[in-house]
Design a protein around this ligand. Structure first.
Ligand code: AMP
Ligand code: DBH
Length: 515
């Protein structure tokens, strides 16, 4: 599922794909920015407080690559990676990139159901996790904790070990990213060195990062937004420092912003609301903050208007997807564009196709896209790919958008069967399948209901066999199935039947309107 040769040649000729790999990129950055800070962390259990320079990161990645290679991790292997926001996360990424093994990015919220699925589906040779307790999530896979990694690394001061064989090439896969999904099982997104490096380098330019910038990674580092839009990778590519926040609360982040003079941070909409409320009560000097990026879910215009006055910085809206396409409002855009649109694409070669319900081109409707950093297919998902992509390679995003002046996009809704719970994506079908495993449940339909704080919450409509189970019992049942807590429905409602569409399918539209 690669780009056709002629298209790839065009992306190279245009200078988007420069033939770089992550391993080489970090080597170049270390040569250029050696003693400048790259990763700053206040520390978490298993990971001491850290202030790593570019050279530290480069050397630590090398030493860990040698250790992981000695432990049997090889070029082409898949390694499920689940770590919180600690510098070891990036050290592991670069170590695996150098070996040519593919990290599979799990989120800290994932539990046994998700982790065991990733390990099995990708036939992972290892699972990297914070501590011993996590090992139970992947009983059949060799696990390495943070403590294990520390023991594996070659001692400091040793010469970098030459890894045998050719390293990965720029067109090779670098990692598998997660899709929010709309089907029963999460889909994996194959990203190459060339395409991903282009996306974050161009993002760093759009965000005007310089070596003096300080990026705050407050969302989970494995998520595509804080990883690449411009995220920690974009910051590294610009010679800028990243501060890794253990959690995104104002109580954790405001002191970090003040102490490290953070210039740019990225949040999902509900957190932006929490930050604005907390800033109003004062107590911290946030004056270094120049840009607040908000994305992952629709940011209301009313809330967007408050960012400038209440946080004293420029808002940047970001509408992106791990499959590729990322849109940004530009820092010098007029205020009304910044507060009322979700931005425009990174690249002049991002192709935007908007189709109405009849499949005709329009300025309002289903968003499809193709371009130099948008995948042409999910990993090992031939059947799903036949519907998720058009024959000529456009990705069907499932988003409903309107084209505004200047090619800016406004997100107006969604056609995919997904709940966007404050930026956390939930595939309805995945949760329905877990509910259907309960002996008292005959049928389940999970839909989004509007929520003033999260944007959307999850409601499960259930048809029971006989007596309805208690809601607390259902929650415990889902927890015991080992799914991430954010996927457990906020509300359950028991009904005798589901409303039907004209062709006899469950009408989720009618269920949504039933609130
Ligand atoms: P994923 O494919 O899991 O990476 O999730 C990407 C999806 O998140 C997009 O297709 C949109 O549905 C949603 N999304 C991301 N950013 C925004 C935004 N700024 N406004 C509205 N929806 C967004
Ligand atoms: O929601 C997303 O997946 C997302 C949002 C903003 C994303 O992947 C991105 C920017 O790169």
């Amino acid at each position: 599922m690669h780009w056709p040769d002629d298209v790839a040649a065009r992306y190279r000729a245009a200078g988007y794909w420069r033939g770089e790999t992550f391993g080489g990129l970090l080597r170049d950055l270390a040569a250029r920015y050696g003693s400048r800070p790259a990763l700053i962390s206040p520390g978490l259990p298993g990971s001491p407080a850290a202030r790593w320079t570019f050279r530290d990161l480069d050397e630590r990645a090398d030493r860990l690559a040698a250790g992981l290679h000695a432990a049997g991790i090889r070029h082409g292997d898949r390694v499920v990676l689940q770590l919180p926001n600690v510098p070891e996360f990036h050290q592991v990424c670069f170590a695996l990139f150098r070996i040519g093994a593919l990290p599979v990015f799990a989120l800290p919220a994932h539990r046994s159901a998700e982790i065991s699925y990733f390990c099995e589906f990708t036939e992972a040779t290892a699972y990297i996790c914070p501590d011993e307790e996590h090992k139970a999530y992947a009983p059949g896979t060799r696990a390495f904790t943070l403590a294990d990694l520390a023991g594996l690394s070659a001692p400091s001061g040793t010469d970098p070990v030459e890894l045998p064989g050719p390293g990965p090439g720029p067109g090779d896969l670098a990692f598998l990213q997660l899709s929010g999904g709309s089907t029963g099982l999460p889909k994996l997104i194959p990203r190459t060195h060339d395409d991903y490096i282009y996306s974050f380098r161009a993002s760093a330019e759009i965000c005007e990062l310089t070596p003096e910038s300080v990026y705050l990674c407050a969302l989970p580092a494995a998520h595509n937004f804080p990883m690449s839009s411009p995220g920690v990778f974009g910051a590294l590519s610009a010679g800028a420092a990243s501060v890794l926040a253990p959690d995104p609360s104002p109580g954790t982040c405001f002191p970090l912003i003040e102490r490290e003079r953070v210039t740019i941070a990225a949040l999902v909409p509900p957190l932006a609301l929490v930050w604005m409320d907390a800033a109003a009560s004062g107590g911290h000097d946030l004056s270094s903050l120049e840009v607040l990026q908000v994305g992952g879910a629709k940011f209301s215009e009313e809330a967007a208007k408050r960012v400038g006055p209440e946080l004293g910085c420029t808002l940047q809206q970001v509408f992106g997807m791990a499959e590729g396409l990322v849109n940004y409002t530009r820092l010098d855009d007029p205020e009304d564009v910044i507060v009322s649109t979700q931005g425009r694409p990174i690249s002049p070669d991002d192709e935007i196709l908007i189709l109405d319900n009849e499949g005709n081109e329009s300025d309002h409707g289903h968003l499809l896209t193709r371009g130099p950093y948008t995948i042409r297919g999910y990993w090992r998902a031939d059947e799903h790919n036949r519907t998720a992509f058009t024959e000529d390679g456009f990705y069907r995003t499932g988003d409903i958008v309107r084209r505004a002046e200047g090619g800016y996009l406004v997100v107006e809704g969604r056609a995919k069967d997904q709940i966007n719970r404050g930026g956390e994506k939930i595939a309805a079908e995945e949760v329905e399948n877990h509910l259907l495993a309960h002996p008292a449940i005959r049928d389940a339909s999970v839909v989004a209901v509007p929520d003033p704080y999260l944007g959307e919450r999850t409601r499960a409509y259930l048809i029971c066999r006989g007596e309805a189970p208690k809601k607390a019992e259902l929650r415990a049942f889902l927890r015991d199935r080992g799914i991430a807590a954010f996927k457990i429905p906020d509300m359950f409602e028991f009904v005798d039947a589901f409303p039907q569409t004209a062709v006899g399918k469950v009408s989720k539209r009618h269920l949504r309107e039933r609130t």
